[in-house]
Design a protein around this ligand. Sequence first.
Ligand SMILES: C[S@@+](CC[C@H](N)C(=O)[O-])C[C@H]1O[C@@H](n2cnc3c(N)ncnc32)[C@H](O)[C@@H]1O
Ligand SMILES: Nc1nc2[nH]cc(C(=O)O)c2c(=O)[nH]1
Ligand code: SF4
Ligand SMILES: [Mg+2]
Length: 258
Amino acid sequence: MPVASNVDELGPEGDAEKEGLPINELFCSLQGEGKFAGIPSVFVRTSGCNLRCWFCDSYHTSWEPTGAWLSIEDIVDEILSYDQADHVVFTGGEPMIHEESVELLDELADHGYHTTVETNGTIYRDAAIDLASISPKLASSTPTAERDPKGDGEWADRHKQRRIDMDALTALVDKYESQLKFVVTGGDDMVEIESLVKRVRDATNTTVPGEDVLLMPEGMTREELDAKRNDVAELAMEYGYRYTPRLHVDLWNDAPGT
Ligand SMILES: C[S@@+](CC[C@H](N)C(=O)[O-])C[C@H]1O[C@@H](n2cnc3c(N)ncnc32)[C@H](O)[C@@H]1O
Ligand SMILES: Nc1nc2[nH]cc(C(=O)O)c2c(=O)[nH]1
Ligand code: SF4
Ligand SMILES: [Mg+2]
């Protein structure tokens, strides 16, 4: 599905008067990340995000959001056209900033789809979600002036302030089957990961076993992953967490539509 137009201000306030959802891309591939890696899935990528990770592999949904506004009905029709998949991965950008996400997820449940929502964990909504795939953002994701892909660190403070919302995170873990999927840039991230996992375990009413805490190497290209994946796999073994690959990068080098 082609990207149609530029969208300037997409956020919790930016789409209040529009109907449907701003869609950046919609395609069929294999789930590349997490406990369902390898399963044929239709990916629906919304545009707009409340954070700005320096490493964001979906630049045109966060730093420069683009997309076409589609009605829920048109989105569902397009998903139905891929009859090889019974899983839908709803991602972004940050899909949970959009109120109409709830309607889409409810429709998908009515059609019998298994839904995974890829979210940064800062916004809770009550919806038909089969797996909340939560990727809380660590301090190492902050777009400092040196790492900013677009400007000079203008987003750093907002990003820092918003990246962890314990109430939203706990509500997601309490309500849905979930996985916590951390993007690991190196061993220095582990102190913060351990502390966050402890805080979530202390706050939630459910258990969070080590197998539901996933370490994923940071990297948008095969070369970047080549340099990091073994170190991250070793960290997973050392700490008792699960390692997740990025299959779409390993297989297709994160080409569009994969
Ligand atoms: C583009 S995000 C969209 C969903 C949501 N905004 C989030 O961050 O979870 C999809 C997934 O890609 C991960 N991701 C983004 N850029 C990455 C990178 N350079 N290396 C590894 N994972 C990355 C995110 O952490 C998240 O798990
Ligand atoms: N194949 C594939 N698997 C994915 N799992 C999560 C993705 C995402 O961007 O949220 C993603 C993606 O972009 N491609
Ligand atoms: S939260 Fe997700 S979509 Fe937003 S900037 Fe970070 S990785 Fe990209
Ligand atoms: Mg992706």
